[in-house]
Design a protein around this ligand. Structure first.
Ligand code: THU
Length: 139
């Protein structure tokens, strides 16, 4: 598996700042858990998302998937990293559904998990999601 090109400290800072700014836009009246995500594309562009909850709870969409869907729907297809920002006490990794969607669209990337209090953890997506589902086409 090809390792993602490591982020410079400046790129990391930019991406985490973008995830924190996206978190401020979260619409989470039911859980009260506000999440922001920011994806760094190969071309240097950053694509953000926040969680958007529904009164019909199951329709809620996580911040990470919104960031992926926004970027992909704008024609961006190559990514290096995602940052996820929460207000939790410890850094929060993406949920299982988001790990699959991140893998679908990004393959191996860096995952930066940040808290608003300033903690930061780094993992690769494959270490968080080692056996992804991959559709092999019609059989
Ligand atoms: N949430 C995310 O935005 N990302 C995750 O990876 C896990 C959970 C959101 C969904 C819901 O709005 C709230 O956090 C509580 O689960």
């Amino acid at each position: 598996m090809t390792a993602p090109r490591p982020l410079t400290p400046g790129e990391e800072e930019r991406l985490v700042t973008a995830a924190k700014a996206a978190r401020a836009k979260a619409s989470a009246p039911y859980s009260g858990f506000h999440v922001g995500a920011a994806l760094l594309a190969e071309d240097g562009s950053i694509h953000t998302g926040c969680n958007v909850e529904s009164a019909s709870y199951g329709l809620t969409v996580c911040a990470e998937r919104i960031a992926v869907f926004k970027a992909v729907s704008e024609g961006v297809g190559k990514f290096r990293a995602v940052a996820v920002a929460t207000g939790a006490e410890t850094p929060t990794p993406p949920c299982g559904a988001c790990r699959q969607v991140l893998w679908d669209q990004c393959r191996e990337i860096e995952v930066l998990m940040a808290t608003v209090s300033g903690l930061l953890e780094r993992r690769t997506l494959s270490s968080l999601y080692p056996h992804p589902f991959e559709f092999g086409g019609p059989k």
